[in-house]
Design a protein. Structure first.
Length: 378
């Protein structure tokens, strides 16, 4: 991206796309190990890897902020081009993933994963998952939650883009400052009851949130929109640091964020064992510790001298397809490695992720050979 709003190819973005995609696969490769909630060494290793890659999805969102700004078309054209491309894959994989899970778990291999309840993989349950996809994702289509969220971002990007075209550096900093408050909100909400806050009518929301209102003070500054504006800001106004200085700042930032994420999850598990609602708070993509890790990775990769290469372009071009199809492949790899008792959990997790990445890449390239199936992975 240049000062004249002409978009240029940035090799480090492709590298970051590959890295973020692989981090997603690691995060899902941890699920069966974290899902035991048995406080064993295996559980702790799962939490370690799940915590260290938690920046994966925010990094994907930040890439949207680089690649889509400035918006150079009218709103209707933008929606048609961007949202139209997402709806076809979303519809396709909302059908194919539940069917694949049904066939795999009922006719190919049973699963030892604590996350798998076969009552959820009957023919009737599978049919229900398919037609209720219009409302939301389900277990089989877990990665597609990002697609629903991405459509929301695409809806707002042209509007925000108009503001960014004339916003000053200070204007953007104000927005990011308010967004920073929302990153702290999950922990403020946790602390508030210890200071005497009892909510209202049983609702423990903050700053105007109550049973009849979900939209509090900072609602309009919250969520993944902050990441895409942050990415735009960091590219338009990059820090004039050397690589050495960047690393000296980014690594401590990442380490602090990771310690909060990892230890916070274990501490929450101690007090609220197996409670997803509480455990996910410290793993929220939009909280301060995950944002710290995200920014650290982004700043380092931005400074790396990544040169243009065919293999980086090739793999980066397949990451969307890999993301869409990987979940059932991770399930199959997980079921294979859960039976190998002599391997430590960390090695199992990395092996599952690597093999799933490779197999998902092959599936994506297979889809890419036909003009019809190509629409489902691009």
């Amino acid at each position: 991206m240049t000062s004249k709003n002409i978009k240029t190819y940035l090799p480090w973005i492709d590298f970051l796309r590959i890295l973020a995609c692989f981090m997603v696969l690691i995060s899902h490769s941890c699920d069966a190990f974290v899902g035991t909630f048995d406080n064993s060494s295996t559980f702790h290793q799962g939490v370690f890897w799940g915590s260290i890659v938690r920046a994966c999805v925010p990094l994907f969102a930040m890439m949207s902020g680089i690649l889509l700004f400035p918006v150079q078309t009218d709103v209707a054209t933008f929606y048609k081009k961007r949202i139209g491309r997402i709806l076809v894959p979303l519809l396709f994989w909302s059908i194919v993933l539940p069917l694949t899970f049904f066939i795999y778990l009922n006719f190919i291999k049973s699963s030892l994963s604590a996350l798998i309840d076969m009552n959820n993989f009957t023919a009737q349950a599978t049919l229900t998952k398919i037609y209720t996809a219009v409302f939301n994702f389900n277990y089989d289509t877990t990665p597609l939650w990002y697609m629903y969220m991405l459509i929301g971002l695409y809806l707002i990007i042209p509007i925000i883009g108009s503001w960014l075209n004339q916003a000053s550096k200070k204007d953007i900093q104000y927005f990011l400052g308010f967004w920073g408050i929302t990153l702290l909100a999950p922990y403020i909400k946790m602390i508030a009851p210890t200071l005497g806050y009892t909510g209202n009518y049983g609702q423990m929301g903050l700053w105007g949130v109550c049973n009849w209102n979900e939209f509090g003070t900072f609602y309009y500054f919250s969520g993944f929109l902050g990441y895409i504006i942050l990415a735009y800001y960091l590219v338009k106004y990059p820090f004039q640091w050397s690589l050495t200085k960047t690393i000296s700042i980014a690594i401590p930032l990442f380490v602090i964020g990771f310690i909060i994420t990892f230890s916070g999850f274990l501490l929450t598990q101690k007090h609220y064992p197996g409670n997803y609602a509480n455990l996910e708070i410290v793993w929220y993509f939009c909280n301060i510790n995950v944002a710290m890790m995200t920014v650290a990775i982004f700043l380092i990769v931005q400074k790396l001298n990544i040169r243009e290469s065919k293999w980086i372009k090739n793999i980066a071009g397949a990451t969307f397809g890999i993301y869409l199809c990987h979940f059932v492949i991770v399930q199959a790899m997980t079921d294979t490695f859960l039976n190998i008792d002599y391997l430590p959990a960390s090695l199992k997790i990395l092996s599952i992720a690597l093999l799933s990445f490779g197999l998902s890449y092959l599936v994506t390239k297979l889809f890419d050979t036909n003009s019809i199936t190509r629409r489902f992975i691009r």
